[in-house]
Design a protein around this ligand. Structure first.
Ligand code: C5P
Length: 291
């Protein structure tokens, strides 16, 4: 086999809390992560040779070494000590600078496809370690579903699936880089935080009401100060019957949880008139699936 392709699903943060600043300059986080049905398609062909190429339908994604799927493929080949010509094709749907792990999802898919094509059968932990060296969300994207993530996002505890619902996602045109968001964070100045324990209990009890009540992201007020459209999207979702609405990751995409499809569709329609990137999704149980 020299060719395979997969769907790489986006993730949301049902919660995001900053625990502490580390000596290496990074921050330890505590997050509840959820895969959703918005996906990129990643195809990989492996041939004799020694180069990595990528093409995609998205103009804003670099078609070179800066592409996370290329970085992941390079890290993988170096870890397993194999030389091949790798051609990666990405059909992009997940917006960038959104907090939806679009790049990490592609990276995770590239790793899983290469592990299959080159018959390396790496243990999950090793694949996760290679992923983490490329992007903090790759370890989660490799597994997907619903999980508690700690550390930089690599210490994962799988959770029961979140209760069934509809999730509308909308993204303002502008985003803020992850580095910039962390620069602006002062952990001693965060006065509202998610109650992660209560969120875990609600998910464990298949309680959608309790889950929605405990969705919170400490980065939201920091990013919304510069990108007020975040509040506009939240208001439209909440006015349209969302049980909660929150920014995901370091933004700037916002998601709203809806109990039923009709009100979700109505809210998505309203947002589509104003924002380019609007998606009607639902929770997924996997981060990557082979097609
Ligand atoms: O993960 P990424 O390389 O996009 O992160 C950009 C910057 O954000 C890092 O260089 C670091 O300064 C900051 N960061 C952090 N703690 C994390 C993740 C990122 O401080 N857990």
């Amino acid at each position: 086999m020299n060719y395979a392709f997969a769907r790489a699903y986006a993730k949301l943060n049902l919660s995001l809390d900053v625990v502490s600043r580390r000596d290496d300059g990074y921050h330890d986080l505590e997050m509840v992560m959820q895969s959703v049905s918005l996906f990129d398609t990643v195809a990989v062909r492996a041939e004799d040779g020694d180069e990595i190429n990528v093409v995609s339908n998205a103009r804003h994604i670099p078609n070179d070494e800066r592409n996370i799927a290329v970085k992941a493929a390079r890290a993988f080949l170096s870890a397993v000590g194999i030389k091949r010509k790798i051609n990666i094709t990405i059909e992009k749907r997940i917006p960038s600078s959104a907090g939806l792990a679009g790049g990490s999802a592609d990276g995770a898919a590239a790793l899983m496809i290469l592990d299959r094509l080159l018959e390396t059968n790496l243990p999950e932990k090793e694949l996760s370690g290679i992923g983490l060296s490329v992007g903090a969300d790759i370890p989660f994207c490799l597994v997907g579903g619903t999980a508690l993530a700690r550390g930089r996002g690599e210490i994962l505890t799988p959770l029961d699936a979140m209760p069934d619902c509809r999730i509308v996602i909308a993204k303002p045109r502008r985003g803020m880089s992850t580095g910039r968001v962390f620069e602006k964070v002062d952990n001693s100045e965060i006065f509202k935080r998610p109650n992660t324990g209560a969120l875990l209990e609600a998910i464990g009890g298949y309680d959608l009401e309790g889950t929605a009540k405990n969705v919170y992201n400490v980065f939201e007020p920091i990013v919304a100060e510069e990108i007020p459209e975040i509040y506009d999207i939240k208001k439209t979702m909440l006015d349209g019957g969302a049980m909660c609405a929150s920014m995901t990751g370091s933004g700037s995409a916002v998601f709203g949880i809806f109990r039923g499809a009709p009100e979700a569709a109505e809210a998505a329609k309203k947002l589509s008139g104003k924002y380019d990137a609007v998606f009607s999704t639902e929770p997924r149980k996997h981060g990557v699936i082979f097609l």
